[in-house]
Design a protein around this ligand. Sequence first.
Ligand code: 13P
Ligand code: SF4
Length: 331
Amino acid sequence: MTASPTIAAPRLEPGWADEVRALARRRDAVLLAHNYQLPEIQDVADHTGDSLALSRIAAESTASTIVFCGVHFMAETAKILAPDKTVLIPDAAAGCSLADSITVDQLRAWKSEHPGAVVVSYVNTTAAVKAETDICCTSSNAVEVVASVPAGKEVLFLPDQFLGAHVRRVLERENMHVWAGECHVHAGINGATLTAQAEANPEAELFVHPECGCATSALYLAGTGAVPADRVKILSTGGMLDAARESHASSVLVATEVGMLHQLRKAAPEIDFRAVNDRASCRYMKMITPEKLLRALREGRDEVHVDPELAARGRAAVQRMIEIGQPGGAE
Ligand code: 13P
Ligand code: SF4
């Protein structure tokens, strides 16, 4: 296979990373970066990982300030878990199309149609939606979280339809209703593209994020034997890193946001990792630049605030999320 194009690195002042480190020390700040961040942000952070791993680190950190290099709901989740800490995000406008796909009013209306149902929300939701939620989950532990709900109870799962379909398929759970939301980046990684790439690279393993539009096609390829079942892996971004370290494959097709390739190539440099869709780049994640990280540390902005009453109502749901499932995904 030919190598995937790498993300073009912007020109940076020499020494910028040293300045970030010095400013972080002065602020007693821990720098967290999601696996979809620009490579240079991932490399300067104290911890790079998936949503679940970063939430756990935020909850346990002894630093007085958390600088969250990710999108806004992630920084909000850190603030809910660590209300006494200062939480900064280098650009508060870094949103998430998936979190925008359900409002709190829509959730309240849905709940009223299913009285007694247990609400399981993906962590990609606003603080207001979390306040109406029983248990949050991430892609790392969504199956375990839904499995923890007694079998006789209805489940309302939101907002991602592809992750929801994956959980329902794994657990064969009929009494689980799934909101029809999606992430525009992952929905754009479709089954036709994955199938064509798998056919062109018959030796490759497939690492597929469960938010992808192609997750069902990946399992279909495994089911028909077009790709041997043990080469098809539906994984969170942290799970992809664990799988990369254990893999003996020479090439892997990666169906998720392209920022993931940086950590994968560091974890297993001998493997040829290739994006299934090399245009699958989250413009929100890429709003966090080295310049904005420096500004955040110099000026103490953008500070993340969550209404204390909303935070108190959402905290139990987020705490259950970080307690369920195996740790993993962080450096
Ligand atoms: P994970 O890091 O939990 O795999 O989530 C991916 C994602 O899309 C975050 O926005
Ligand atoms: Fe949201 Fe999708 Fe971007 Fe993740 S990749 S932050 S789900 S828009």
